[in-house]
Design a binder for this molecule. Structure first.
Ligand SMILES: O=P(O)(O)OC[C@H]1O[C@H](O)[C@H](O)[C@@H](O)[C@@H]1O
Length: 310
């Protein structure tokens, strides 16, 4: 069901539309003019705009959603794996499935509802999915837009099987930036990381911040729960706060790799950076009946925001 804050007319707060494949999209709005667009394809947030109508997430100009492939950009949900570790498709099947609107989700704390516009989605495995990943689960996703313009994603995965299973997970968040050379990520100093460009070898971050001069594809392990992505040119900072998500993926494909990807526009690698809240190094293990929650909140603040405020 789609909900909105009682403080203003709920009929204005949401809208459902269909994309060119006939797949439903839900638009959440707040009273200040901010909006979030969510596709039932993958439960993927495909747009997040501030009160001035500026897009905060990157989507590739060539990344038109061609069902069943996820759109390049927004926030694809990587589940039940991140990467391509076993026989499952890269980053798991959740991003390529059609999710349902969940009319009767189990309650969340009132702080996750009050003053927010939100939608609850649900994914259950199909017979086909069970052939590749034989575990019955219910995946509930709440996407919400606060009055402050913050975007929050809350994932709840429940084991409804009779045997345990484990999975890895990421909110693969494509943040829109002015120019990748203007970007600096703070909060990951001294952290260990797996370098996907060096066969997942483990290294320790030496710099006092991450900056970009070539492709970066890393998984920072057991990182702090607050990360800042500073965009000097736009004079704004994305602040990511995460819970239940120990790891952080940082990815920019740079020139050569993005050119090899048919759904990346020329030089568009410049305009994005993926900074994901994730659970990868230690897969989440669930016994029958158990539930896991992974929460990511993204705020945008002026660049005068100081990393010591983290
Ligand atoms: O092309 P995709 O399957 O969406 O993956 C895009 C990227 O996702 C992650 O960041 C991986 O670490 C990268 O190695 C991969 O290239």
């Amino acid at each position: 069901m789609v909900h909105s804050a009682v403080v203003w007319d709920s009929r204005l707060a949401l809208e459902t539309t269909k994309d060119w494949n006939g797949i439903e999209q839900i638009v959440l709005r707040n009273s200040k003019g901010g909006s979030v667009r969510v596709s039932l394809h993958g439960g993927q947030v495909i747009s997040w705009r501030n009160e001035r109508g500026e897009e905060l997430l990157f989507t590739s100009s060539k990344g038109i959603l061609k069902h069943p492939k996820a759109m390049r950009g927004g926030i694809p949900i990587c589940f039940p794996q991140f990467g391509n570790c076993d026989s499952l498709e890269q980053h798991g099947f959740a991003r390529n499935k059609i999710w349902a609107i969940d009319d009767d989700p189990p309650p969340l704390p009132s702080t996750d509802s009050n003053g927010k516009s939100f939608v609850d989605l649900l994914l259950k495995p199909s017979e086909e999915d069970l052939k590749f990943w034989p575990h019955s689960f219910e995946f509930r996703l709440r996407v919400s837009l606060g009055m402050d313009g913050n975007l929050t994603l809350i994932s709840r995965v429940r084991n409804v099987n009779w045997k345990p299973f484990s999975f890895s997970f990421a909110y693969h968040s494509y943040l829109s930036v002015s120019d990748i050379s203007e970007v600096r990520i703070e909060g990951l100093e001294t952290m260990d990381y797996f370098d996907n460009l060096c066969k997942r070898e483990r290294f320790t971050e030496q710099g006092d911040a991450i900056t970009f001069e070539s492709e970066i594809d890393r998984i920072y392990l057991s990182s702090p729960n607050c990360i800042a992505v500073l965009d000097h040119e736009r004079k704004r900072t994305f602040v990511l706060r995460k819970e239940g998500l120990p790891d952080v993926v940082v990815w920019n494909p740079w020139d050569k790799k993005s050119k090899a990807m048919s759904d990346f526009g020329d030089d568009e690698y410049n305009q994005m950076v993926c900074v994901d809240g994730a659970a990868i190094e230690k897969p989440v293990a669930l016994k029958p009946g158990e539930e896991w929650t992974g929460r990511l909140e993204i705020a945008v603040v002026p660049s005068s925001f100081c990393s010591e405020d983290l």
